[in-house]
Write a protein that binds this ligand. Sequence first.
Ligand SMILES: [Zn+2]
Length: 327
Amino acid sequence: MTALFGGAVDRVPVTSLAGCGGTATVDVQDAVDTHCPEAHKDAEKMARLAIASHELTGIENIRVPFDFVVEPEALGCEIRWGASPQSVPAVRTHPFEKPEDLRMPENLLEMDRIPVVLEAIRIIRKEVGDSLPISSLALGPFTLAGELAGVEKLLIWTVRKPVYVKEFVALVTDVIVEYAKAQYRAGSDIVQVSDPTASPELISPAAFKQFVKPALTKIAESLGGPRLLHICGRAEMITPDMVETDFDGISIDEVVDVAKIRPLVGDVKILGNVSSKSTLVFGSAEDVKKEARNALESGVDFLEPGCGFSPITPIDNIRAMVQVVKE
Ligand SMILES: [Zn+2]
């Protein structure tokens, strides 16, 4: 927390606070004989896996949940869970055709797995006390809107029906704020808002400014508590806008040149950017160390995977990342 709020720290923390991947890798699941997809649906198992991922790797925070479909499921999308521990659950149906189809549920915090995630946060808080920060996930507004309506449809609407996009994004913004505030109340220290569908790989910087930035700004302001923003891909194109949304830190992946965006961020902290999809998964421990050193030298404030850990990340590669910081 000191690193996030600008105090003096003895070294850069090595964490997995933000990003799209979770922390419950298959190696961690096997080590504590607690597996996904069951752990996505059971607060005790989710808490056990999250704590184990810290204990077994040395990553300096605890994080839940491990999937990206909690809010879409709660709002009525069907989910494809996948059968194996390395499956990443995905939204199977996008049932919302127009803004009128979507309503804020009266009992959002009781819908589907939302109580499971909140209970997992409570269990973790009790177990770890105040010795470690807990981070929790709320989907970003454009990503959640994309899951509800279908990403293709949402992208077409940015051109043909901008009013639809604005209404969808406004509705999901209320959902995100209510859910995220409940995460703080349950004991989470940091809410990370991940918005992969708002990446410059998918929408133009102009569309980001028009549709996403106002919603993110409202979310940051409404949350009040410690908050991080993660957007994948070439985020340097939208870095000044990300900074202006007033999150405390931005999480970026390996395609972003940290040294280049450093002068643009002011007091906002940079988290990243060891390659989640290539080096951490397929590289050797030495490759990971090299990339981690580069990230530190280029000026990250938190050493993190660029986009969270993929479930198939070897545990030795995560340990290598931790080791670099401790050395
Ligand atoms: Zn990502």
